[in-house]
Structures are given as C-alpha cells and as structure tokens.
Design a protein around this ligand. Structure first.
Ligand code: FAD
Ligand code: FES
Ligand code: FES
Length: 432
C-alpha cells in the first residue's frame, strides 16, 4: 500500500502526500487553481455542465502509446489521475529557439476568430486538443459531440466549430509526439513502483488495483462510498460540501474495464467508461448507442461508468430503461462469491437496489437480441444535449409471423424506479 500519488505534469513526475492543503477529495481543478503556472483552467459550475475546467488526461494504452481524453477537472479527485499524464492549456504551445509556437488548435482558434472570452476558451481548446489527438478529419457529428460539453454564453459557436474542423487535419501530429517516448518512460516508472493507494487520515481513501482487494475493503467498510467515475459522487463534495469519510475508489481496477464479445452475449466490465461502451455498441447494440449519444457530454461519458449509472439507482438513469429493454443481467460480486441478477429485478425502490452492502456490480451482461427483435430508446429533455431526462423509455418488441411474441416497455422518470408498463405489455402481446 502507498499513501502518495504520482502523475506527470509539465513533463515531470509530481508526487503528492495528502495533507491539510490537498486531501484525497481535492479535485484536479482546485489543485491546478492553486498553482501559479496553471491558472488557465476555470471553474464555471463545479458540476460538469460548462466545460470551463476541461483538461486532458493522457493514459498508457495496450499498444504502449498514450491515449488523450478530455475530462471535466471539477469532477476528478486527485487520486484518480495517479499514474497518468495531466495536460493543461499551458502545455499546448511550445518553444522553438526564442519563438513560441501555438498548437494547431490554438492557431486555428486565432485565425477563425473563435476565441471570445478567457473563461470558456481554455476549456474549449482542451476539448479540441483531445479531438485533434484522436481523430483525423472528424465528421461534423464528431466535432459537435466533442464540443457539446463546452458552453459559451455569447453563443459564438460557428467560428469555434470551424476552427476545430480546420485544425484536425494533421493526423494528430504535434510536439506531444516528439516528447511521447519520454512521457511513456515516466508513466512506466510510476506504474512499476505503484501499489494500491491507502490514505488513512481524517478522510480514508482506498484505491485498490484488483477486484479481490476491493471485495476485502468493502467487507470491512460496508458504509463507505463506492466511486467509479465520480460524476455523481463528486457533486456531493463540490456542490453539497460534504466530507466523505470513507471512500473505495474502483477507477484503477483494470479487471472491471474489460469487454468480452461472443456471438450471443456482450459482457461489459462495470468500470468501463460509457464513452467506450458507446463505441462498442455502435455496431452491436444500436439502441444503447442511441442512449449514450444523448448522455451528458463526451467529457462526462469519458469518466462515467455503467457501474455508477446502475449503482446510483436513479429513476432517471438513462441506461436503465435501455438495459431493461435488452435482455440484461448484472453480476454482483463480494468476498462471498458472485450472483447474477436480472435487470428487471435489480431496482427495488427509490435509489434502492438488490445489491447487498458488501457487493459490487462487476459486469453488465447483455444477451444480443434475435433478428426478430427491435430495441429502441427515447429521451425527452429540455435540451437535446447535456441534459437529464424528463422521461426516458426503452422498448423491445419481438415479432414472429407478424405477431408480438415478447415485449418490454420500460420507462424512466415516471415512477420512483425505472418501471415497465406491464398492463400495456400484456395488452399488446399476441397483437399484429
Ligand atoms: C453534467 C452531467 C451530466 C449528466 N448527464 C447524464 C445523463 O444524460 N444521463 C444519465 O443517466 N446520467 C447523467 N449524469 C449522471 C452521471 O453521470 C451518471 O449517473 C453516471 O453513469 C455515473 O457513473 P459514475 O461512474 O461517474 O458514478 P459514480 O459517481 O462513481 O457513482 C455513482 C453511484 O454508483 C455507486 N457505484 C459506482 N460504481 C459502482 C459499482 N461498480 N458497483 C456498485 N455501486 C457503484 C456509487 O457508490 C454511487 O452511489 C450526468 C452527470 C453530470 C455531472
Ligand atoms: S466547472 Fe463547469 S464543468 Fe467543471
Ligand atoms: S466564449 Fe465565454 S461566453 Fe462565449
């Protein structure tokens, strides 16, 4: 176990020992705002809505390269970036001799007159930087999606979108590539020395590396707060100013991030980000893809997980009606073993679920629908993007010889739990 965390910032390893200044639930935003060199990042809302706090996190991937992802730093607790690279807007320009050279995304923002105010622009630049590193010549849909999480009250989006399209044409090449080997070595250095994190002070914060460790911890601390992506939990700290006494952070357990696809079943690790789930579901589970296409923003989905959406048991959790419409099972695990619970038996009451206090949701298992089955998702919200549902619905209908032989009509936002309209289902069974 270790009591410190380490990450790469400004091309150097930074190691933090938690004290009175920085606790384990200090957000990356508040950490950066205390540093004179990183004041570009801003707090607009402290709840994941405005994107003014967007930073990019670089993570080692399975090809031994770095994947860059935009995130809202107001929702990320410091231990969640252990072993990763933190990239801020100050890192984007670089020096050649005495000359300061702007990053292509910054240069296009200047050339297209996209920069309007100093509050929103750094966050917009960071979302564009993540897009630049991940997509060459992105589609209009992808540019819009990448910028959905960045609000601008002066509404000058056209020039920003134009700048993104003009910048993202260099196959992600920039000065970060020249430096990549050095950063990879630093990340490996942190990784090779890394143990599970145990901060046992006024606030207790545990970040296990394996499921087995997490089950042991949960057995001992059944009232602790479980945390995966923190997009719900962080708001308890940033908006309600709660001091969370005991936290088990599941975000560093690789076993929870694996996906297994067979001919009949897709088994998602409960710790997979919803952005990853969205990518996989595009071809395999179109109704789930449609659900996630209007779920939060790219910054939110990059953090948020299946485990968190189900774990909160909210009646307006968007994945819940869709998972009920698909034939879904959840795997609940503890030190005592595991069990499978059907999705339609999981919710018991308002934010109450079938999960026992010592259990953790570890997998979401979706049985692929047959060719005769259609699954659809609908969401009603005040805005199309970045808004919670007023009402949501997941429907599935199986037709055989033009007759309904199976039907699910699941609704969110209509009752204390996501619920099926059972009388309507019975009425429609057997109809043409
Ligand atoms: C700006 C913004 C926009 C949002 N938009 C949407 C939206 O469009 N649709 C929607 O449905 N939600 C939305 N949310 C809510 C939130 O993002 C989702 O509920 C998300 O899926 C939570 O996942 P997480 O991993 O971040 O959960 P966390 O915050 O880490 O945890 C949420 C809850 O689940 C529990 N939990 C976490 N992991 C597990 C596990 N493996 N096993 C058991 N319990 C667990 C935690 O203890 C906690 O109670 C939004 C939130 C924000 C801030
Ligand atoms: S401050 Fe608004 S999204 Fe973080
Ligand atoms: S860029 Fe800040 S309000 Fe428009």
């Amino acid at each position: 176990m270790q009591q410190t965390i380490s990450f790469v910032l400004d091309d150097k390893i930074q190691t933090l020992l938690f004290d009175e200044v920085f606790g384990p639930t200090t957000t990356v935003l508040n950490f950066l705002r205390k540093s004179a060199e990183h004041k570009g990042v801003k707090e607009g809302c402290a709840e994941g809505d405005c994107g003014a706090c967007t930073v990019v996190i670089g993570e080692l991937n399975s090809d031994n390269k770095i994947t860059y992802k935009a995130m809202d730093s107001c929702l990320v607790f410091l231990p969640m970036i252990h072993g990763k690279q933190l990239v801020t807007v100050e890192n984007l320009k670089h020096k050649k001799g005495n000359q300061e050279i702007l990053h292509p995304v910054q240069q296009e923002m200047v050339d297209c007159n996209g920069s309007q105010c100093g509050y929103c622009t750094p966050g917009i630049i960071m979302s564009m930087f993540s897009l630049y590193k991940n997509e060459n010549k992105p589609t209009q849909e992808s540019i819009d999606d990448a910028l959905t999480g960045n609000l601008c009250r002066c509404t000058g989006y056209k020039s920003i979108v134009e700048a993104a399209a003009k910048a993202c044409v260099y196959d992600g090449k920039d000065h970060f590539d020249e430096n990549e080997k050095q950063i990879i070595d630093l990340l490996h250095q942190i990784k090779s020395e890394s143990k599970s994190i145990e901060i046992d002070k006024k606030q207790k914060y545990f970040q296990p590396k394996t499921k087995a460790e997490a089950f042991e911890l949960r057995e001992k601390m059944q009232n602790s707060v479980l945390l995966s992506g923190a997009t719900d939990v962080a708001l308890r700290v940033t908006k309600r100013h709660e001091v969370l006494g005991e936290i088990i952070d599941l975000s560093n357990i690789e076993e929870l991030k694996k996906c297994i696809i067979t001919d009949y079943v897709i088994k998602f690790g409960a710790g997979m980000s919803l952005e990853e789930v969205k990518k996989i579901s595009k071809s395999e589970l179109p109704a789930l893809y449609e659900t996630l296409a209007v779920f939060g923003s790219r910054q939110i989905r990059t953090l948020a997980t299946f485990g968190g959406n189900l774990g909160s048991g909210s009646p307006i959790g968007d994945t819940l009606p869709t998972l009920m419409a698909y034939d879904t099972e959840l795997k609940l695990q503890s030190k005592d073993g595991d069990r499978i619970v059907k999705m339609n038996k999981f919710l018991l009451g308002y934010r109450q679920t079938e999960r026992k206090p010592n259990e953790i949701i570890t997998s979401v298992i979706i049985n692929k629908p047959s060719v005769n089955t259609q699954v659809k998702f609908y969401k009603v919200s005040k805005r199309k993007d970045l808004d919670i549902s007023t009402v949501s619905a997941g429907f599935s209908v199986t037709l055989e010889k033009n007759k309904v032989t199976a039907i699910t009509l699941a609704f969110g936002g209509m009752a204390a739990i996501t619920k099926c309209a059972t009388e309507a289902e019975v009425f429609l069974m057997g109809s043409d």
